[in-house]
Design a protein around this ligand. Structure first.
Ligand SMILES: NC(=O)C1=CN([C@@H]2O[C@H](COP(=O)(O)OP(=O)(O)OC[C@H]3O[C@@H](n4cnc5c(N)ncnc54)[C@H](O)[C@@H]3O)[C@@H](O)[C@H]2O)C=CC1
Ligand SMILES: O=C(CO)COP(=O)(O)O
Length: 320
C-alpha cells in the first residue's frame, strides 16, 4: 500500500509518523512554508511540536508528489472537507480514500463518508475513527481505532495496511454508526468539560456521559446504525477518552464555558458545529436530544451550565 496523507495538522502528522514505521509515507500540507519547514527541521512545529518526523516521511505541498499513492488519508477538519474535496477532485480521483475527521457537516447534516459519497463520483470512501490523541499516536503509545468501510473486502485491505506497531485497527461495515459515534462524542465532551469547569463534580460527569451515550445511541439507531458499533471504539471508547482528558480540545472548550473563560477560536473543535448541525435537525428527525440542545444553548450564551443542568434534572422522570 502506498500511502499519502492530506492535511498536516496534529492528526495527519501523527498518523504519518506512525505509518512511516511501515514504509515511505507522503504528508501533504497546503502551506508551502509549513511543508518546507517540516522538511528542514524534521518537526511540525505548529501542530505537533517536540516530535521528530521520521526519515520515511516526506513532507510536501505539491499534490503531484501524491501521484503514486493508491491510498489517501484525508485529515482536514469536518467543516472544510467538502471544499477540500472539490478543490482536489482530480488528485483524489480513482484512489481509496480514508476520511480521518469527526463531525457532521452543518449545511447537509451528513458525516464524512456521506459527504465524500455525495461530492465525489467514486465510492471507495472509508473512515478511520476511534479514541486516539495525536500526541499519543505520535509518541508511539498504544492505540486502537476503527476502520469503517461499507465494502468489507476493502476494509480488510485497509485494516492490514494501516495497522502499525502502535495502531491496532478493528473494522466495521457500519459506516453510519462509526461516523455518528465519532461526531457525537465531541458534543458530549463539551458538556462534560462544562460540568467539570463549573465544579459540578465527577458524579454529574458520569451521569452526563451515560445519558450522553444513550442520546448518541438513540440518534445513531434512528439513522440506521447498529447498537454494537456505538458500544465499540468509535462510540463508547471515544466518548470515554474525550470526556475525561484535558488533551481533548472539545473537553477544554467545555472547561472554558464552565469557568466563564474565553477560548481560542482558531483551535479545531469539531463538537461545536456538530452540535448545531444536530440541534437544527433533531425535531425533523423526531429525536429527543436534550444534552446536544443544552450544549448549543451554552455555546450561544443562552444558558449557563448551572441553568442547563437544572433543566436536565427537571426533565420528566423516566425508565432508564
Ligand atoms: N488531534 C487529534 O488528536 C485527533 C483529531 N481527529 C480529527 O482529525 C481532524 C483534523 O484535526 P486535527 O489534525 O487535530 O486539526 P488541526 O487543527 O491540528 O489541523 C487541521 C489541518 O487541516 C488543514 N486544513 C484545514 N482546511 C484545509 C483545506 N481546505 N485544505 C487543506 N488543508 C486544510 C489545516 O491547515 C491544518 O493543518 C478533525 O476532524 C479531528 O476531529 C481525530 C482523532 C484525533
Ligand atoms: O478525537 C479525538 C480523540 O479521539 C480528539 O479529540 P479533540 O478533537 O477533542 O481534541
Amino acid at each position: 500500500m502506498n500511502i499519502g496523507i492530506l492535511g498536516a495538522g496534529a492528526f495527519g502528522t501523527a498518523l504519518a509518523i506512525s505509518l512511516a514505521g511501515n514504509g515511505p509515507v507522503t504528508l501533504w500540507a497546503r502551506s508551502h512554508t509549513q511543508a518546507a519547514a517540516m522538511r528542514l527541521n524534521r518537526e511540525n512545529a505548529q501542530h505537533l511540536p517536540g516530535v521528530r518526523l521520521p526519515d520515511a516521511l516526506s513532507a510536501t505541498s505539491d499534490v503531484t508528489h501524491l501521484a503514486d499513492c493508491d491510498t489517501l488519508l484525508l485529515a482536514v477538519p469536518m467543516q472544510q472537507l467538502r471544499g477540500f474535496l472539490n478543490d482536489h477532485a482530480q488528485t483524489l480521483a480513482d484512489r481509496v480514500l480514508v476520511a480521518c475527521c469527526k463531525g457532521i457537516e452543518l449545511d447537509s447534516g451528513h458525516g464524512p463518508i456521506d459527504v465524500m459519497d455525495s461530492a465525489l463520483a467514486h465510492r471507495r470512501n472509508t473512515l478511520l475513527t476511534g479514541p486516539s490523541f495525536a500526541h499519543d499516536i505520535a509518541r508511539g503509545l498504544p492505540t486502537a481505532l476503527t476502520l469503517a468501510s461499507a465494502d468489507d473486502d476493502l476494509g480488510r485491505i485497509l485494516q492490514q495496511g494501516l495497522t502499525t506497531a502502535n495502531l491496532r485497527l478493528y473494522r466495521t461495515t457500519d459506516v453510519t454508526g462509526a461516523q455518528l459515534g465519532g461526531a457525537l462524542k465531541n458534543v458530549m465532551a463539551i458538556a462534560c468539560g462544562a460540568v467539570i469547569g463549573a465544579g459540578l463534580g465527577d458524579s454529574a460527569r458520569a451521569a452526563l456521559m451515560t445519558r450522553g451515550n444513550a442520546e448518541m445511541q438513540r440518534m445513531a439507531i434512528a439513522l440506521g446504525a447498529r447498537a454494537e458499533t456505538l458500544a465499540g471504539l468509535s462510540g463508547l471508547g471515544d466518548l470515554v477518552l474525550t470526556c475525561t482528558s484535558d488533551q481533548s480540545r472539545n473537553y477544554r472548550l467545555g472547561l472554558s464555558l464552565g469557568r466563564g473563560e474565553s477560548f481560542d477560536p482558531t483551535v479545531t473543535v469539531e463538537g461545536a458545529a456538530t452540535a448545531r448541525a444536530v440541534a437544527a435537525r433533531c425535531v425533523d428527525w423526531n429525536l429527543d436530544m436534550p444534552i446536544t440542545n443544552a450544549v448549543v444553548a451554552m455555546l450561544d450564551n443562552d444558558l449557563t451550565i448551572h441553568d442547563a443542568m437544572a433543566q436536565l434534572l427537571a426533565r420528566p422522570l423516566k425508565e432508564e
